[in-house]
Design a protein around this ligand. Sequence first.
Ligand code: BES
Ligand code: ZN
Ligand code: ZN
Length: 478
Amino acid sequence: MKILIGTKETANVSLVFKDGDLKDNEVYKYITEKDLFKGKEGEVWTTFSTDDNHNFILGLGDEEDLNLEVIRKSFYNLGKKLMELKVESVNIDLTLIKDINNEKMALAASEGLIQSEYSFEKYLSKKKTKPSLEEVYLNGDGLNDKEIQAGIDEAIIVTEGIFLARDLVNEPALVMTPTKLAEIAKSELEEVGVKVQVLGEKEIEDLNMEAFLAVSKGSSEEPKFIIMEWLNGSKEDHKTALVGKGLTFDSGGYSLKPSKGMETMHSDMAGSASVIGTMKAIAKSGLKKNVVAIVAACENMVSGHAYKPGDIIGSMSGKTIEAMNTDAEGRLTLADALYYAATVVKADRIVDIATLTGACVVALGDITSGAITNHEGLMEDVIESSFIAGEPVWELPNFKEYEKMVKGHNADLINTNSGGTGAGTITAGLFLKEFVEDTPWVHLDIAGTSFIDSSRGYLPKGATGVPVKTLFNLIKYN
Ligand code: BES
Ligand code: ZN
Ligand code: ZN
């Protein structure tokens, strides 16, 4: 779909608030009098004509409740309806939306429309989603074309990053191996100017990443350590590391998952997919920032070579870990990736993104990502970025009392709770904190939000691409 500024002789979309007024619109008068249409958020009315000059009315809900998320969702519904009716071009009059700046409004509206075209149907013999919209013309009284264009451009780039992340996650583990993930990171990112370096098992051994390697040992797929660099800011500017959990399959290892829990564990690399998608968007936008994305990609499998519950393993940092539960593998791979980010990349701030704990799904469901930090300032930036993205994040407490729950008995640390119960998301986060040195750091647990059982708003069933928008905003505005 092309999103343009202007008008054309074609179908028209009018926007209206709930119980609002659409002056001179006879259809609107009729359908509201008959109680056929209320103007609720995302409600679409269609008047079809044989000459393709159809008229659509899109409800935006209560005027006082209007925000970016309402615009995204409403325009997503509009996009779906237009596709269903095989409409190829429309004018959309945005005059009604006055309280939101032009750029943000165009960004949200364009995002919603583009989101309506996403599907993962490459393995379906018969495609279900057939995008029809070729041209969308945005217009309205007193619009600032430059701002509107900036919003459109950002929506195109960011949705591309989101869709890339979704595609990576939706691929089955059979296809999306660590090697494949590294290959795609290379092919997708090098073409937009990101420097991508991929380390194999030997080089990972040379770095003493014993915790990462312990997890990978049971698999016949080679682990890959992927480093993606976008250093487009000045040398004095801060450098951000985005570290994504990259378990291309998590069987649980010898602490084997039950079959139901294993079904979607190809999605245990959603953190890595989100950082790859974000890097694509950052580079395509040409942001003048320094960002390094890091992924320790491997599989967690069962075999004669696999690590075992109770094994005491080392790590790049030198800290030793009792691997009491082989299903708490994400924090082991991240331990080395985070230590690398802190000491080799020498990042000024680190955000890690991980499908880390089932406990997070219990606490926050699939609506909100959990967060833990060692730096409240960075946390505020992440939460603000997530808020404007429409990707809710909630900070969990990091009180000292929780810290002793990650201390080991026969080793420095333990990968499950020791001498305490519950708080699985917090203790997983505080385990990671042990490896970031003093670097300001935020951990995002996306176990619930990155992959969902049924579609919600513009988020499809399966991979959601959360939190690409949050990470993009964090880099762009901070
Ligand atoms: N990948 C899982 C977490 C997960 C669960 C992600 C559900 C998405 C949906 C992680 O590796 C895991 O298994 N964590 C364990 C930790 C426990 C053994 C301390 C868990 O949450 O049960
Ligand atoms: Zn696990
Ligand atoms: Zn996992």
